[in-house]
Write a protein of this length. Sequence first.
Length: 307
Amino acid sequence: MIICLGEALIDLVPPGGESPRTSNTLHIEPGGAPMNVAIGLRRLGASAAFLGTLSSDPFGRRLAALLHAERVPRLPERVVDASTRLAVVDPTNRAAPFRFYGDDPADTQLTREDVEHAFAAATPTGIYAGSLPLTHPRMRATVEFALDLAHEAGVPIYSDPNPRPAAWPSREAMEAATVYLLERSAYAKLSVDDAAALGWPADPEKLLGWAAERFPARIFVTAGARGSYALSDGRVLHARSPVVSPVDPTGAGDASFAALISRVHGKERIAAGDLEFASAVGALATQAHGAVNGLPTLEEVRAFLRV
């Protein structure tokens, strides 16, 4: 079972690609990369669980009901007396599309004991983590403890640093968290927007070569409509993104990485077919509002690829 560690939150998304500056409407959508990836894996037929704490507030109950409906186990099942984190999405701001709200939100309440109980109950075969929990000192210690346990047990780590400038006090701190994850991962995802925010090479092929010299992780690079990229035996693989009419790009990166994880789990390399599959899933995920609604099933992806 792949354990997805971190946050589940509520995205507040303006309709039609508008900005919160001008829109009078914000859609309430479940989100948070670890939850998105757990649901994405489950819809693609993989075994996954969500490791994080949810609030007792109405939003937390909504997230719990969604995970139950998607048959994604919650580890732990307890709820906490803290508010659900909110993320206001601005699709027009490519450099910083998310701004987070919440003082000591529910997703920062996970403990080392929770991690130990989860690992004992679920016997993880992989663990997914992102960088948002690393912005909070208490939660950072919990994440580091979980990744140390995984490393000691030989459990592969999948990371999506997904650096959000608005969540960090400085670019240096954001970069340090990204490096921390990449140095511990078997596979990791970076987008060209992530690279630009970090001051790293934003050309996909240059980014792959630059990262390969510095980190042990096998890097999966997403570049929006240009598709996805990876290195295999020193050769650059590229899969074009299928042409679709996007409704909402929120969570497309999470969808594509969940797809890649479902294909490479237990393998030592990324193949061209893995990239094509991940790009197709990412494109399909843009066909509905919200990060979760567009996540496709395995049957839907296979039908789409046969067209």
